[in-house]
Design a protein around this ligand. Structure first.
Ligand SMILES: NC(=O)CCC(=O)C(=O)O
Length: 260
């Protein structure tokens, strides 16, 4: 069993220091034994994309140092949402995974950029997968719009992942897509889906919350509404294998028929 805490918060637009304070305070309120904490997408800058040159985190160094301190202090693994990261030649929306020892064990840059929120104008898409191992579990982490691409998620699952973490800033007006897509990804891949969305609003969007934990049978185990809160839940990774044996979807694939 693993105990999960999803930090569903509002974010200050273009204010990384304020957002760090909000996250630090949320960690201070964690209750009980927690193994894995999950944060939302672009928690440092939010979607203040036109100011990224000024406010994005160079090589994500500040964000990693900040999350590493929290991981060691609270002895938790952190799916550190994603941050706007500036490297020598580009800007990316990059998910960070920090283990209990405070080491950054994964950086994954969003592969599918979302035009409705103008990401393609300011960001460069990632070309690497979101796979990592955490406490002996094979995991995948993806970012928001990525969940509309079942083939992307499936390719992670074919590489053995049994837990899918999703970090997001998903607007309220499409929250039913968010819920349905997450449930579908859990059912078709027979995996846990652990998804963190933000709440609140920015100048362009109102965000819908509904962070969720969904089991490999597609049952919603925990779900938040649209207010700031810490959503707690337990997962039992051993039921992934059990579910995959019961309906052997992975063995029954007809790759000879598929166009991709
Ligand atoms: N931040 C995002 O990628 C939002 C994706 C989204 O809203 C969608 O409908 O897809």
């Amino acid at each position: 069993m693993k105990n999960i805490a999803i930090i569903q918060i509002d974010l200050a637009y273009g204010e990384p220091e304020i957002n760090q304070e909000v996250i630090k305070a949320a960690f201070g309120r964690l209750e009980g034994d927690v193994d894995i904490v999950v944060l939302p997408e672009m928690w440092n800058t939010a979607y203040d994309l036109s100011r990224l040159e000024e406010i994005a985190d160079v090589n994500a160094e500040k964000s990693i140092a900040f999350l590493s301190t929290l991981a060691k202090k609270y002895q938790v693994n952190i799916i550190g949402g994603s941050v706007a990261m500036k490297t020598e030649d580009k800007m990316t929306n990059t998910l960070l995974v920090i283990n209990k020892d405070g080491s950054c064990i994964k950086k994954y840059s969003k592969a599918h950029l979302f035009r409705l929120m103008e990401e393609e104008k300011y960001l460069t898409e990632g070309n690497e997968d979101g796979l990592f191992r955490l406490d002996d579990l094979d995991c995948a982490g993806v970012i928001c719009y990525d969940i509309r691409f079942p083939e992307w998620i499936r390719s992670h699952m074919l590489d053995q992942a049994s837990l899918l973490f999703v970090v997001a800033e998903w607007p309220k007006q499409r929250i039913e897509h968010w819920r349905s897509l997450l449930i579908a990804r859990a059912i078709e891949n027979q995996c846990y889906v652990i998804a963190c969305n933000r709440v609140g609003e920015d100048p362009n969007n109102e965000f819908g919350g509904h962070s969720m934990i969904i089991d490999p049978w597609g049952r919603v185990v925990e779900e938040a509404e649209d207010e700031a809160k810490i959503l707690y839940g337990k997962i039992d990774p051993s039921i992934v294998e059990e579910t995959r044996k019961r309906i052997p979807v992975f063995d029954d694939r007809r790759v000879d028929l598929y166009k991709i």
